[in-house]
Write a protein that binds this ligand. Sequence first.
Ligand SMILES: NC(=O)c1ccc[n+]([C@@H]2O[C@H](COP(=O)([O-])OP(=O)(O)OC[C@H]3O[C@@H](n4cnc5c(N)ncnc54)[C@H](O)[C@@H]3O)[C@@H](O)[C@H]2O)c1
Length: 326
Amino acid sequence: MTWLITGGAGYIGAHVVRAMIEAGEQAVVFDDLSSGITERVPAGVPVVRGSVLDRPKLDRTLAEHGITGVVHLAAHKQVGESVEQPLRYYHENVEGLRVLLEAVVEAGVSSFVFSSSAAVYGMPDVDLVTEDTPCAPMNPYGETKLAGEWLVRAVGRTHGLSTACLRYFNVAGAATPELADTGVFNIVPMVFERLTRGEPPRIFGADYPTPDGTCVRDYIHVADLADAHVVAARKLATAPGTDLTVNIGRGEGVSVRAMIDLINEVTGYDIAPQVDPRRPGDPARVVASADRISAELDWKSRHDVRAMVTSAWEGWVRLHPEAARD
Ligand SMILES: NC(=O)c1ccc[n+]([C@@H]2O[C@H](COP(=O)([O-])OP(=O)(O)OC[C@H]3O[C@@H](n4cnc5c(N)ncnc54)[C@H](O)[C@@H]3O)[C@@H](O)[C@H]2O)c1
């Protein structure tokens, strides 16, 4: 198999490319470099600069590289931005996917892995979120992921494409410091940024119905997530007609306060958090049931939250050497 990895120069995509290569698969990256960095892509892996909205470029790339499977990570992912620019998010994330699927069907590609998100669930009122928990996204970003899943499944059924929709929970960490997330959109880098500036990390709401009053989330190490892509891709390649939708999480809830305490400990800082009012649309608890992926793909996460914070911090200090503590 030769896999086209869209968004392969991004934070998660670069980890997926690395994991695929280490597993002996062939990979080609297709990325418009809007937030991707080519230096993240391992040497020897071709990088085609292009948008998934560019059908002629997709057609050429699929044909020239003899692509037989696609892992589609390319997307825009900022919730707040999606509220301000819904047309752009639907265009990039849904129309881009539609154009890509058209090219994929035309080229006779057999397998398609789609990056979905726990954002499809919105505010689930359950202890553990299973894949059968009703989807009710709370913002245009989550809507584009749910619409994307519908599109992927519909095309899979009609055109005989094996598909997997992977619903990532909160992704953190880095396999190596160079592959660390450079964005500051998730709690771990957001806390790093505050500590580096000598400012208290922020907790948005400490009056939720959770053990310590702060929101509870499920964190997954990006290297484990990348391994799950390899296992999913192989399943699709060996089992035509697969139509799989799975959560990728650890099934373990970690509160915002516990995460900030751990980050202080790992980084050597000791700055107590400040409590601010709740943000609208933040669910109290979102923790995955990881049973289905374990049963269907025999996959389990290997890294704990400490490993995520430690590896993310090494990446942060590489970019912000002034942050390091003795
Ligand atoms: N980071 C998370 O916590 C998280 C959680 C759930 C789901 N996801 C999903 O995982 C995927 C990857 O996210 P990430 O965190 O690596 O983000 P990222 O911004 O680092 O990576 C996205 C990549 O896609 C590329 N890209 C964007 N639009 C493109 C287009 N039209 N054509 C070609 N390339 C394009 C960017 O240049 C970038 O390299 C996204 O689909 C995102 O929605 C991420």
